[in-house]
Design a protein around this ligand. Structure first.
Ligand code: GUN
Length: 297
């Protein structure tokens, strides 16, 4: 049911990314002219997960469009943890490379924490290494995790006020929910929110999400957030992205977020779509971090 409500504004991540990436391309050209080689990002893809391949391909394409060099390293799903650690070590030592990412999730037999810890923090453009997460917590310069930083840039681009607002983050993952809660509570703009972080053990989740001025679902459950969980006039930034079967589509699936968009959007002042919201902003953050890496390495 479509609820009668406010007319909402779209947090259009595609449009915001286009504007930011145009500036990134200018800066990349300056780096190339100064150093004689373009910014260079490598992405490691292990195994055959279709969604991961799509994301990595988008990252590689975005690099090329911005005038970066990119290298895609594709490895078999049965690679041993030791071999993957050797690959990481080689990338750490490669003087021609400014930054790299190892796309997650990794196959079950590989310990993701071990791989993350092995990445040189000065090349960790995903911002997943504890040194970069610690720097973020302390407000020191470093690489911010790409998705939460992308959400912040999306709010900045559309000049959405955040100071003094109640921000509710749904989900506490290491790569989104937890860092997101820290960025939104920082003494910064965007930031300065009063933040509540919720998770699978939270009691009466809807009672809390309904208090949110800014709601950031990052739980990994398709269309989990329904209209009754959202306050009239809220800002909703949907971090989820899922393939759901849809035989009417050529690919056999369509993409949805953690939010039931059609019923939630009419209640919102601002809402991000899926696709075309946070996804492109994550890639934009990755490009920004790679440019930053050029200044360090
Ligand atoms: N898997 C889902 N999101 C991400 C991301 O931002 N970076 C990496 N490396 N893997 C992911």
């Amino acid at each position: 049911m479509l609820t009668e409500g406010l007319s909402y504004h779209l947090l259009d991540g595609k449009a915001a990314s286009k504007a930011i990436r145009d500036r990134i391309a200018e800066q990349a050209a300056e780096v190339t002219a100064k150093r004689g080689r373009p910014p260079h990002l490598a992405a490691v893809l292990v195994g055959e997960d279709g969604a991961s391949r799509t994301y990595v391909n988008s990252k590689v394409r975005a690099c090329e469009k911005a005038g970066f060099r990119s290298t895609l390293i594709e490895l078999n799903a049965d690679i041993s943890e030791e071999e993957l650690l050797e690959q990481v070590d080689a990338l750490n030592k490669d003087p021609e490379l400014d930054g790299f990412i190892v796309q997650l999730p990794l196959p079950q037999h590989v310990n993701e924490d071990k791989i993350t810890l092995a990445i040189d923090p000065t090349k960790d453009v995903d911002g997943f290494h504890p040194e970069n997460l610690g720097r973020m917590v302390l407000g020191l310069s470093g690489f911010l995790p790409a998705t939460p930083a992308g959400v912040v840039e999306l709010l900045r681009h559309f000049e959405v006020p955040t100071s003094g607002k109640h921000c509710v983050v749904v989900g506490r993952s290491n790569i989104v929910g937890t860092p997101m809660s820290i960025l939104m509570s920082r003494n910064a703009d965007p930031g300065n929110c009063t933040v509540t972080i919720t998770h699978s053990r939270t009691k009466d989740l809807a009672a809390i999400t309904r208090q949110a001025d800014i709601l950031i679902p990052a739980i990994g459950k398709p269309e989990f957030i329904t209209a009754d969980m959202v306050k009239e006039g809220a800002v909703v930034v949907d971090v989820g992205i899922h393939r759901v079967q849809d035989s009417s589509r050529q690919k056999g699936f369509r993409l949805v977020g953690d939010v039931k968009f059609d019923e939630v959007a009419p209640k919102c002042s601002w809402i991000s779509p899926v696709p075309g919201g946070v996804g492109p902003m994550t890639i934009t953050s990755l490009l920004l971090n790679t440019l930053k890496a050029c200044q360090i390495n």
